[in-house]
Design a protein around this ligand. Sequence first.
Ligand code: C5P
Length: 230
Amino acid sequence: MTRTSRFWGIVPAAGVGKRMQSDRPKQYLELAGTPVIEHTLTRLLSTGIFEAIAVAVSTEDPYWPDLKISRHPAIVTTPGGKERADSVLSGLNSLRDRATDEDWVLVHDAARPCITAEDMNKLIDHLTAEDVGGILALPSHDTLKHVRENRIAGTLDRSHVWRALTPQMFRYGLLKKALEAAQGNPAVTDEASALELAGFHPRIVEGRPDNIKITRPEDLALAQFYLEQQ
Ligand code: C5P
């Protein structure tokens, strides 16, 4: 396998994690004795593919500077934004003097610590020949309802419904342009949606179901189980 393009990582980590009911943002909760974000970054760094990884953290975040990994030579700290997309754009801007428009960017949630090298390599192998990029995703096994005011308004055709995961991998130039154009649009909840608004159709690559996002308190125990199993 030849990899001529360069790869950059972006990890949005400026969320406050309202659904966790904890004293600190979810990315700093302990998972098997180590903060969630440290698991995530260690796994990204261990692939050895990234020129650098930009981590977007809140300017008022007291936890990040205390982590040893924040001083790793391949980690660039950048201020987070109001929404996830603003944090990702901040990460892209922090790399602008070093990255070219054709370079690849992998955006990965800080709150997904169970990401495997296997999934990252699969994503890269499926997308390197693409012009735009794509995302890891999972087909939905549940029947999905469209709900308005606590009543079912319709049922989605689940054979066409996938759950978007991260990493999401796009060309630096296209991703930056799409996120800038979509700024302030509440429909942009991941990178792919910004590209979709710009008229592109990113590829889907099936990921592993253990790549969960820590969202609720019980997710920590599940993540610990997955880390032990892997
Ligand atoms: O809130 P949600 O689970 O969708 O967040 C996904 C990721 O985006 C988390 O890693 C979170 O820290 C990050 N985020 C961010 N800036 C925000 C909101 C969320 O970096 N303003």
